[in-house]
Write a new protein. Sequence first.
Length: 142
Amino acid sequence: MLEKIAKKPNDKPCNTIDTLVGVTTELKGDITFGGGLRIDGKIKGNIIARADDNSTLVLSENAVVTGDVSVPHMIVNGKIKGNVRCVERLELQAKAEITGDVTYKVLEIAAGAQVVGNLTRIGDKAEVVKLRGVDAKRPEGE
């Protein structure tokens, strides 16, 4: 007999965009997806990806999400007002703004990205880094 084997999250992000929410689009309600999702518009609701695959969420600089986000991989250059859980890799680009608690396994933050909330690293020992009002902007003159 064949047994079902639970898939582990893939550490390589999905490199295709299967779904696009355009810049003039506003959606209200929760979104559940698999594969690649790019958001250029506004979402009022939670965004959830299947954690057992390599789903990737991309938020452009025009994107605004009001709700919690839970995905394996994410690239953010827009705004999120809600808690973020990224079980694999989270990349915050220069115009990223997150107001809420962020849980991540691997985090990359560009100069200019902003997080107002707690940062919690998922690891062997669930390390907690509490930073209020984290601002990755470099001081003038650097």
